[in-house]
Design a protein around this ligand. Structure first.
Ligand code: FES
Ligand SMILES: [Fe+2]
Length: 428
């Protein structure tokens, strides 16, 4: 349970909010690189942390993320003409470069220097992997560029998608680090989803529905361990790393690619669920990549031409009561990603955490909230930069392993939970 003020503190991310300031201390995913696929392509509307922005790629391939609205009389630059190294407002022709600097006001004499005094807000936009990343905070405190393994392995080893989720970012994150729901909500899909099925770990997941949680702090966030019974009194451990503020990875299964998420606030009632899949040591197979495109695993199908899931609240997520009854899906909703999203959205845009009743399997969530709160108040009150910005904090992996009962995961699995180039994931 959280007090109302704390729930607000952790869920509000607009400009001038404490959590908004925290998010502005990181590089966050802003667009798929494929959304700006060539020089001078159409600009794209982007809303992040409550700010309405426009992304574009200029004639020289430079990426810009600037205020959506023209400084003259507020027209949306989504209507802009992307031409000759800048975005030109179609109303009266004012033109901006990729930093937001105004470079032409046709009605004014050039000698007046008028346009040099006009600058729109502008954020950097850099391409690493399949993602364009932005940092929306002070330039002086800009962290090192993102170094996540999914974004830095060769292109043939990785796949990233994003979907619009109609809920606050925190309830999406809390779903991602809650390993206990897997044995329930996803039980039907473990044996059928092509990106999950066939792993020995699935049996442990299905046989023991009472996982015991052990959570340890890491430099950048948490390592959330969930243990279930295996044979010969051993434990099957699934360990989920969370790096502040909103990166997490799902423990792997067999030799399937490893997956994970970023949850990025659009505004307080919507977020982007970024989902990635990669294999540390081999290319994704054509079948795997096609399954991701088709919406299996952590990915989803779309309303054509949008990032809105095809199954959404307007069609009750295409819930199938018969499939639910037969046990093909536990909740009646198809697909692992939408099983999660449907339930998280069902809580309402911002769940009322004053009314919940947490239990021991919620320990990861409790500790993540605690760390977030500590970091938010330290930044707000003392200017302390938060964890998760350092490259070293990003060198994490999820892992799954069977261990003797007397071996704590935090001793036995530390190497498994670290990025080791050229070494495959530890998985069961
Ligand atoms: S409103 Fe953009 S140029 Fe006038
Ligand atoms: Fe889930």
């Amino acid at each position: 349970m959280l007090r109302k003020e704390v729930n607000e503190l952790l869920t509000q991310t607009g400009p001038e909010t404490a959590m908004g300031d925290l998010f502005r201390n990181y590089w966050i995913p802003a667009l798929l690189a494929s959304e700006l696929s060539e020089d001078d392509c159409p600009p794209v509307r982007v809303k992040l942390l409550g700010e309405r922005l426009i992304a574009f790629r200029d004639s020289k391939g430079r990426y810009g993320l600037i205020d959506e609205f023209c400084a003259h009389r507020g027209v949306s630059l989504w209507f802009g003409r992307n031409e000759e190294e800048g975005l030109r407002c179609p109303y009266h022709g004012w033109k901006y470069d990729y930093t937001g600097q105004c470079i032409d006001v046709p009605s004014e004499a050039e000698e007046s220097g008028f346009c040099t005094k006009i600058k729109l807000k502008g954020y950097p936009l850099i391409k690493i992997g399949d993602v364009l990343w932005t940092h929306m905070g002070d330039k002086e405190n800009r962290p090192p560029e993102p170094a996540w393994e999914f974004a830095t392995v060769p292109a043939e080893q990785t796949y990233t998608s994003k979907r619009w989720q109609e809920s606050n970012w925190l309830q999406a994150l809390e779903g991602g680090i809650d390993s206990s729901h897997v044995s329930w909500l996803h039980s039907g899909s473990l044996g059928t989803d092509p990106l999950f099925k066939g792993a020995k770990g699935n049996q442990y997941n299905q046989n023991d529905k009472k996982p015991v949680f052990e959570v340890v702090e890491s430099d950048g966030g948490l390592m959330i361990g969930a243990r279930r019974m295996a044979e010969n009194d051993q434990y099957y451990w699934r360990v989920t790393p969370w790096v502040m503020p909103s990166f997490s990875m799902v423990p792997p299964r067999g030799d399937h690619p490893v997956h994970g998420h970023f949850w990025v606030p659009i505004d307080d009632e919507n977020c982007w669920a970024w989902s990635f899949d990669y294999h540390p040591t081999r290319a994704l197979t054509t079948t795997e990549r096609q399954a991701m495109i088709d919406g299996y695993g952590v990915h989803n199908q779309y309303v054509p031409g949008s990032f809105r899931p095809l199954q959404n609240k307007d069609n009750d997520y295409q819930m199938d009561r018969e499939a639910q009854k037969r046990g093909e899906t536990f909740s009646g909703v198809w697909g692992i990603a939408m099983q999660d999203a449907s339930l998280q959205e069902s809580m309402g845009p911002i769940v009322d955490r004053t009314r919940e009743n947490l239990v021991s399997t919620d320990n990861g969530i409790i500790m993540a909230r605690h760390r977030l709160r500590k970091a938010v108040t330290a930044l707000r009150d003392k200017g302390t930069l938060p964890p998760g910005r350092d490259t070293a904090h990003q060198m994490v992996r999820s892992a799954a392993r069977v261990l003797p009962a007397d071996q704590p995961f935090k001793d036995a699995m530390m190497e498994d939970l670290t990025v080791r180039p050229g070494v495959k994931q530890t998985s069961v």
